[in-house]
Write a new protein. Structure first.
Length: 431
């Protein structure tokens, strides 16, 4: 699977201002070639989509040392990866809010006249997080600055939804057969590690339950005791649900995923329709620095063991290779990120032990299997051995067509010492 994305930002603007900006086309654009105009609309639209995609939010209250709310304080938020800065001001009750933010690391800055500037260290904003950061300003000169080091462990008090997130470092550190993030869903409490769905399962439209993700795990597992078809899957805020089998139809390359989160209960109002888990995936994006990686995962016949019942090892060679690359197109404004993963597999069929007819059986002599053509019945407390008979004319006709000579209903499957295919001669002459 390959992914290519171009993302854009406008500094010091919120989502509404950015959307308005994208709709303002100068009069000079009337003479712009259509291809260039289309590219501009695409890039501006990408910025709007990214700002509206899933991420998190940061809000809080600014107060002075006495606990009084500070109105009209300047609040800035800097994304350390992209260099994008957003600005806000507190309301009459000292409250500020950044409701839609991409996943990443941020620095919070607060300034007010006659108070020391406030600056936090890196704040990690994860998927579906709602952080509440209250700030207390100290009286002092602007030349002085208060720097606060935030704790890595943080309790989210702005939301009641339950669920943990798994970041890219955790995903790539665990060996996964197939490199699918859905294999890690069972790490969450309340998630059943196995599924009862098989190829024989029939779904709501009468179709067999086939995997929409090919050979990868589609994520149809039970979460908190709900049905295996009751989970929702989104990738970068877009619905990735396959609507017949209800598994995920899109599984991004593992190295391209920034993090994913399983919400298992108390969902916010933005979620609905599904009673199981809400699985949200967000992919990586470009930053002000070029970054990427290359990978190769090998499975080889020489590294495999031989099956106990096989005389030799069946050929199995699998290569999974690819890489990612991201960086700036215009620093602090427009970024790109792309990835590629290829899978090549050669697999022989390991048949194990297969019974084949002996020379006698090929010539029609099945005396070595004679016991399998008799049935032992208990009649009046005694064991009586009777020959197994051809049951019914329909089955007799099927056997006749297969063997090429007449076979009658009620005829024994096996005659000891028989050398003829004629039923009359088989029954008239004792053998």
């Amino acid at each position: 699977m390959s992914l290519f994305a171009i993302t854009g930002f406008a500094a010091n603007t919120d989502a509404t201002q950015l959307q308005l900006t994208s709709n303002r086309i100068p009069s000079a654009a009337k003479h712009t070639p259509r291809s260039l105009l289309g590219l501009l609309v695409f890039l501006l639209g990408s910025a709007v989509v990214l700002s509206a995609s899933i991420g998190g939010s940061i809000s809080g209250t600014v107060k002075d040392a006495s606990g009084a709310a500070m109105a009209d304080a300047s609040v800035g938020l800097l994304n350390l990866g992209t260099g994008v800065r957003q600005s806000n001001r507190t309301d009459g009750k000292g409250r500020y809010n950044f409701p839609v933010l991409p996943v990443g690391n941020y620095v919070l800055e607060v300034n007010h006249a006659r108070f020391k500037p406030y600056r936090s260290s890196a704040i990690a904003l994860n998927l579906d997080s709602s952080l509440v950061l209250d700030v207390t300003l100290q009286v002092g000169e602007r030349a002085e600055q208060v720097t606060v080091t935030e704790s890595a462990a943080r309790v989210e008090t702005g939301t009641s939804q339950l669920g943990e997130f798994i970041d890219s470092q955790q995903m790539t550190a665990v060996p996964l057969n197939g490199r699918s993030y859905t294999d890690l869903l069972s790490l969450q409490p309340g998630v059943a590690p196995e599924t009862s769905i098989t190829s024989e399962t029939v779904q709501d439209v009468g179709a067999s339950a086939l995997s929409p993700s090919g050979d990868l795990n589609p994520g149809t597992i039970s979460i908190n005791g709900q049905r295996e078809f009751a989970n929702a899957f989104t990738v970068n805020g877009s619905d990735a649900e396959e609507d017949v089998n209800m598994g995920t139809a899109i599984i991004p390359n593992l190295d391209s995923i920034a993090e994913f989160r399983i919400l298992t209960g108390n969902f916010d109002a933005e979620y609905g329709e599904f009673s199981g888990g809400q699985i949200n995936v967000v992919t990586k994006s470009g930053t002000n620095s070029f970054h990427g990686d290359l990978f190769e995962f090998l499975r080889n016949t020489d590294l495999d063991a031989r099956s106990y019942f096989s005389p030799d090892r069946g050929t199995f060679i699998q290569n999974q290779f690819g890489g990612t690359l991201g960086g700036p197109i215009r620093r602090n404004k427009i970024f790109f990120f792309s990835d590629y993963q290829g899978t090549r597999q050669r697999q022989g069929v390991d048949t194990g032990l297969i019974p084949v007819p002996s020379i006698e059986e090929r010539n029609g002599n099945f005396s070595a299997l004679a016991s399998s053509f008799y049935t032992t019945q208990i009649i009046n407390g005694e064991s009586i051995v009777t020959p197994t008979l051809v049951s019914g004319p329909a089955w007799a006709e099927t056997l006749t067509q297969g063997f090429g000579y007449p076979i009658l209903a009620g005829e024994p499957y096996y005659f000891p010492g028989c050398s003829s295919t004629n039923y009359t001669s088989r029954t008239s002459t004792p053998h």
